[in-house]
Design a protein around this ligand. Structure first.
Ligand SMILES: NC(=O)c1ccc[n+]([C@@H]2O[C@H](COP(=O)([O-])OP(=O)(O)OC[C@H]3O[C@@H](n4cnc5c(N)ncnc54)[C@H](O)[C@@H]3O)[C@@H](O)[C@H]2O)c1
Length: 274
């Protein structure tokens, strides 16, 4: 499906860890639609080496940056602009890390140092990215920034733990910075709230498989796949979505507005109880 929707556009994609990553699929989809890309990830992720395969596939340089480090981000944007020979048209923030989740700490017993780190990596980092771009005047007019979120920002999913708070902050930052960047440069900032998706970050959530099955049964269209999320990102980076900004956009097969589905009712009924 190559319509050249992103012909001539240049973007930075954060967060491609391996081929399951939403960022990985988005990089492939953007490349297929004619975009030029710079890939970025944390130094520890680069050491895994998987990203080099993607880099070769789409001819994109990899520039490491810990998204909590302002010097790294400045270097990334400066080097990206030098590589592109101009400004950046789109950015994908596809980054998440729950330290308490990883270490098995229950939400009621958060270690606050870890929690600060979680919020910094998963949410404040969007502010850091936008501020770096703002200070370097690195984004083109009508540029588009997308960060990935999850519905636990609005509704309780107990095992999502502290990441729910991180996503709420992420969505708020997209709105707040989206206002200022819209006024100054017509830059758009949105979050996409994606269905549960089997990736490395996703699998870190306790009971993830049950989670995915439940969402599948609750969504009239079923769970949205990573490939479809990638296509939605392409649309958001394209000129077809120019007046969409400061939104949290559900990409979840209808899950967010479904109260209960027949498929879930069926699982609750004792057999023979029709
Ligand atoms: N998988 C799901 O079910 C799901 C659902 C909704 C939203 N999301 C969101 O999608 C985004 C991408 O996650 P994914 O599911 O593709 O998993 P993933 O594990 O492939 O991607 C997470 C990325 O964050 C990067 N990262 C972590 N710490 C970093 C740091 N300090 N600096 C720079 N990068 C860092 C990792 O290296 C990794 O590439 C995350 O924001 C996640 O919360 C995922």
């Amino acid at each position: 499906m190559a319509n050249n929707l992103l012909a001539g556009k240049k973007g930075i994609i954060f967060g491609a860890l391996d081929e399951k990553s939403i960022a990985w699929k988005t990089a492939l989809a953007c490349h297929a639609q004619g975009a030029q890309i710079v890939l970025s990830n944390a130094p520890v992720a680069l050491r895994m080496g998987e990203i080099n395969k993607l880099s070769e596939l789409i001819g994109a340089p990899v520039i490491g940056a810990d998204v909590t480090n302002m010097d790294d981000l400045k270097k990334l944007f400066e080097e990206s602009m030098a590589h592109f020979g101009g400004k950046v048209d789109f950015v994908l923030h596809s980054i998440g890390m729950g330290i308490n989740v990883r270490k098995g700490k229950h939400y009621t017993e958060l270690n606050y140092e870890w929690h600060q780190k979680t919020l910094d990596i998963s949410a404040t980092s969007l502010h850091r990215v936008l501020r770096t771009a703002w200070e370097l005047d690195a984004l083109s007019e009508w540029g588009s920034v997308v960060a990935l979120s999850y519905i636990a920002a609005q509704r309780v999913f107990p095992d999502y733990n502290e990441m729910a708070d991180a996503k709420a902050l992420l969505e708020s930052t997209a709105r707040s910075f989206g206002y200022h960047y819209g006024v100054r440069n017509k830059v758009r900032v949105n979050t996409i709230s994606q269905s549960p998706t089997r990736t490395t970050a996703g699998s870190g959530v306790k009971g993830f498989d049950a989670f995915v099955d439940y969402a599948e049964k609750m969504s009239p269209l079923g769970n949205a796949l990573a490939e479809d999320c990638a296509n939605y990102c392409v649309f958001m980076f394209s000129d077809l979505s120019r007046y969409i900004t400061m939104q949290n956009l559900f990409h979840d097969g209808g899950f967010s507005y479904t109260g209960v589905s027949q498929a879930i009712v069926d699982t609750m009924m004792p057999s023979g109880d029709e």
